[in-house]
Design a protein. Structure first.
Lengths: 238, 209
């Protein structure tokens, strides 16, 4: 035990010595009598010599000049306070700002699309049904002034033809007829007309669209006066 | 040095003779007051040891020169923060050590792959191929070159915490207490790391010992 302790202590002393030839007397005496510790001391000396044997490198000849230039560049960066104050507006800052703006835009557009596609009215389960009355009323027997144009939501298909004017400013018939549509809704005679409901089934569900019945056919749904439309046509598309 | 003017006379360090004989504390105090001549003297004293130290740490001469210059830039710009509690050599070696260790960690993250060692062992570690040379060694310088390369490779293979301690001790010749100040460790930890590093190097360099 005493030998191991001495060997351990001796090796620690050898390892920590600044110079291998400057060992304490007790350690030097132990090394002289212990083969293993002597081998250890010799290995440590060869290793130290090996680590210090490579020639030391030195700084290049232009070291000072390059250092001076780098210091000037560093000082120039520090002197410009405006640049520091507005450093946020650097190209990197613009990129960040653009990315943040794009992200917000995408978010709001997505939210808008999702809200728009939501069903606005409660729908009924079941297949699509359509309740409407198709009727074509006979043309008016007397040339009475047509009722004011009904600006009501309706169902029509086809296009509203522009008035055909042969002589500008001269009209033989001021009433321009709209091309009859295939689906019409005519009002019930004699009384209040209850609104009809059209159930439309779309990709996002069913919606009920109340529509006021209108009559289409001989009766014009659009009153054209003086070549000017008194009301714009209403068009519903699916 | 755009904001530095020649004010060597203002702090009493004037002329080449005075600067060379001034100690490090006086020089850094003069640098704090804007003395460019004092800073040049500091550079002259430490550029070779710092360059050599960083080179031994990272085994890349060009990068070692850049890091050595960065060390002096930090000394210059942070001169006001230098405290006289430690010696200036401790201060500058601490800066250089931190820069070298940062460089080593950066390289580790980049995972540099040596072009000369495309082979890996069973553990996935790159194996350096050292082809035997059958020709007889005719020039002593070749032996020295080979030994130098072997030592550089062996030091480069050490973990960075052991590498810094062994290079400061056996290459730069710093004492244990100075190394402890540089690395901000206790003296016992420094001694333990140096002992461990030497044991590892002995295994790697056994052929040259």
């Amino acid at each position: 035990m005493e030998l191991i302790t001495s060997c351990k202590q001796t090796r620690r002393i050898v390892d920590e010595a600044d110079r291998p030839d400057a060992l304490p007397y007790s350690a030097a005496g132990h090394i002289a009598s212990c083969g293993e510790c002597r081998t250890f001391a010799e290995e440590r000396e060869r290793l130290r010599h090996l680590l210090t044997s490579p020639a030391r490198v030195s700084a290049p000849a232009n070291f000072d000049a390059v250092l001076r230039q780098r210091l000037q560049e560093r000082a120039a960066q520090k002197v410009n306070p405006l640049r520091r104050a507005f450093s946020w507006f650097s190209p990197a800052g613009y990129v960040r700002l653009g990315a943040a703006t794009a992200g917000l835009l995408i978010f709001f557009m997505t939210a808008q699309v999702m809200l728009r596609d939501e069903p606005q009215t409660p729908t009924r389960p079941g297949s699509v049904q359509r309740r409407e009355q198709l009727a074509v009323t006979p043309p008016a027997p007397t040339p009475t002034p047509p009722p004011p144009a009904l600006v009501t939501p309706g169902i029509e298909r086809g296009e509203i033809q522009p008035p055909r004017v042969s002589h500008p400013g001269m009209y033989q018939n001021r009433r321009e007829l709209v091309r009859p549509v295939s689906h019409t809704v005519s009002p019930e005679r004699g009384g209040a007309v209850p609104p009809d409901v059209v159930i439309v089934r779309g990709p996002n569900g069913e919606i009920e669209v109340p529509v006021r019945p209108v009559s289409v056919g001989a009766q014009p749904i659009l009153y054209v006066s003086g070549g000017q439309q008194s009301a714009p046509p209403v068009r519903t598309t699916f | 040095m755009a904001t530095v003017t020649h004010q060597a006379h203002a702090v009493g360090i004037g002329g080449i003779k005075s600067v060379e004989s001034a100690n490090d504390h006086d020089l850094i105090a003069a640098v704090r007051d804007g003395d460019e001549v004092a800073f040049q003297e500091i550079v002259r004293r430490y550029r070779n040891p710092i360059t050599n130290f960083v080179y031994r740490m990272i085994d890349d001469y060009e990068r070692a020169v850049e890091l050595a210059q960065e060390t002096f830039i930090r000394v210059y710009t942070s001169a006001s923060r230098y405290e006289a509690n430690y010696s200036f050599s401790t201060y500058i070696y601490r800066i250089a050590t931190n820069l070298a260790i940062s460089e080593l960690r950066k390289r580790k993250r980049r995972k540099f792959i040596s072009l000369f060692s495309p082979f890996v062992d069973d553990g996935g570690e790159p194996v350096e191929i050292d082809l035997p040379d059958d020709k007889p060694l005719q020039d002593e310088s070749l032996i020295d070159d080979e030994r130098r390369r072997a030592v550089a490779r062996a030091i480069a293979s050490l973990p960075e915490k052991y590498r810094a301690a062994i290079v400061l001790r056996d290459v730069e010749g710093l004492s244990y207490d100075r190394i402890a100040e540089v690395l901000k460790l206790s003296e016992g930890t420094v001694k333990s790391r140096i002992n461990r590093a030497r044991n590892l190097l002995k295994e790697k360099l056994s052929a040259y010992m």
